[in-house]
Design a protein around this ligand. Structure first.
Ligand code: JFZ
Length: 502
């Protein structure tokens, strides 16, 4: 059976190949250096590393929540007892269901789902409260996914929440509720639309096509300005569906639009998935300069090495099932990530200066999946104890440890231990010339002080000094735990080891 992931990538790749273009950055290694810089007119509009308040705040989030909600929540990846797993790339892609398992006249059924969208159990305040309890500092919420259905009463299309029996503005309720909880809101917005007659995937060529697509571009601009006007509290946009040639060829329009959005909304944060340069280079322009404020390509994946990031800001958005962002009623027969998996990913991200964004897909009634409720609670319980190692921290500048992940804040160093050593010695390797070394250690969860000593283990050519922290044999933990260290000046030299003469 072909996996969702493979199917999704196949679809994306097929689209790109049909359009005669190669797929750019795949986030599988360090970026290639550009040999010679060329003149790029449609490059970045913002500095590679913004230092304003909004962006500094982005760097402290640590954990975010993604919510995919729309008409696809009604089927929940199945229809009349038949699973869409074999026929659609992901639950929120269910409109594209095809092949032998697809229901008859499925697209038409899907396009009429709005007539039954009436989530009586929806309470934005409950979601926001849960997100707060989980420890999320920002939310990315789908205002409109690829099906084009707007969860706000947009003036620019008839295909909105207003036409549903529910009627009320969902985006407003979500923005207000999360903002009231002190959680920053970012709006997910898909450019591509599957059933908008003015949209096309290929670059428009005839005058008729060009006129049509220009209408679509104007519509996109109107909707984005409308969102900024309606929900002025938002901190940014999370763009998607920007890979088609029609959009790629509209680089002059998208450049001006980004400029306009930023002018209208100072501090606005936009990721690298919004636009491309005049040579069709997405995420990074032809000179390798990032387009947008943070790297938006770490989707269901993470950099293996901190160095690959070259200091850039980034987020990692993650599903609980292998793939599938919208509601999936049936979680059986697939691996769904555990809170240990997710906390591991969270710490991996923050140890490399990234934010980890966990996706939820509420059902057609507005309720989270019971599995999501459970995970939110478990993550929240863990973060309440260990949050100090998560928020506002930076990469520690130490070589990765096999035991877990380092994070750092001022003169505090944290090691979140996922792999407890059998000898109970948490060994921290610090380069010999370090001005700062661990001088004190405690268990973050209860403040218990831990014995710490320096060990020169006598490895020839070793450039490190080791600080050994002893875990009490009586200490037991069934989840990851954090060793918090104070950093200070090294205390004098160790005794000279007897050197062999060779
Ligand atoms: C997109 C959407 O198609 C999907 O439904 C979901 O909303 C997700 C967050 O974003 O899917 C993508 C987009 C880009 C890549 C992979 C999946 N990519 O660049 O690897």
């Amino acid at each position: 059976m072909i996996s969702y992931n493979r199917l999704m990538m196949t679809l994306l790749l097929a689209g790109a190949l049909l359009a005669g273009k190669t797929v750019s950055a795949q986030w599988t290694g360090p970026r290639k250096k550009v040999e010679q810089r060329i003149d790029v007119k449609y490059g970045p509009l913002t500095p590679a590393h913004r230092t304003d308040e909004a962006m500094e705040r982005f760097r402290t989030y640590g954990l975010g929540q993604f919510i995919h909600w729309g008409l696809y929540a009604i089927p929940g990846n199945e229809w009349e007892g038949v699973s869409a797993r074999k026929g659609a790339a992901a639950s929120e892609w269910i409109r594209t269901w095809s092949g032998p398992t697809a229901p008859k006249d499925w697209k038409n059924t899907y396009d009429n789902l709005y007539k039954q969208f009436n989530p009586k159990g929806f309470d934005a305040k409950l979601w926001a409260k849960q997100a707060k309890e989980m420890g999320a500092k920002y939310l990315i919420f789908t205002t409109k996914h690829h099906d084009g259905f707007a969860l706000w009463p947009s003036k620019y299309t008839g295909y909105t929440i207003k036409k549903s029996p529910y009627k009320k503005d969902i985006v407003k309720q979500v923005v207000d509720a999360y903002t009231a909880e002190g959680i920053d809101v970012f709006l997910y917005f898909s450019i591509l639309e599957w059933n908008n007659s003015n949209y096309m995937g290929k670059a428009p060529s005839t005058p008729e096509e060009k006129a049509k697509f220009n209408k679509f571009l104007e519509y996109t601009r109107n909707q984005l300005l409308e969102l900024l006007q309606n929900y002025p509290q938002i901190k940014g946009f999370w763009f998607d569906g920007t890979w088609d040639q029609s959009w790629i060829q509209s680089y002059d329009f998208t450049y001006k639009l980004e400029k306009e959005l930023r002018e209208k909304h100072p501090g606005l944060i936009i990721g690298s998935r919004f636009r491309n340069d005049e040579f069709g280079k997405r995420h990074f322009d032809s000179n390798g300069d990032m387009l947008g404020d943070y790297e938006q390509g770490w989707e269901r994946k993470m950099p293996k090495e901190f160095e690959w990031l070259e200091g850039r800001d980034w987020d990692c958005v993650m599903t609980i099932p292998p793939n599938g962002w919208g509601y999936m009623k049936d979680w059986s027969g697939i691996y769904t990530k555990t809170s240990d998996d997710l906390i591991d990913m969270l710490m991996n991200c923050v140890s490399m200066n990234g934010n980890f964004v966990l996706n939820f897909g509420p059902d057609g009634n507005g309720r989270m999946h019971p599995g999501e409720d459970k995970l939110a609670k478990e993550i929240g319980d863990w973060i309440k104890i260990n949050g100090e190692a998560v928020y506002g921290v930076r990469h520690a500048g130490l070589a990765p440890s096999k035991l877990g992940y380092f994070t750092k804040k001022e003169d505090n160093l944290y090691l979140t231990v996922f792999n407890r050593p059998v000898n109970n010695i948490v060994r921290i390797a610090v380069p010999k010339n370090s001005a700062e070394v661990p001088v004190e250690a405690v268990l973050l969860q209860n403040g218990q002080s831990l014995a710490l000593k320096r060990s020169d283990i006598g490895l020839d050519l070793d450039k490190n000094t080791y600080y050994d922290i002893v875990l009490p044999a009586t200490f037991s933990a069934d989840k990851a735990f954090v060793v918090k260290m104070k950093l200070g000046r090294p205390k004098g030299q160790s005794d000279q080891l007897m050197d062999a003469k060779m």
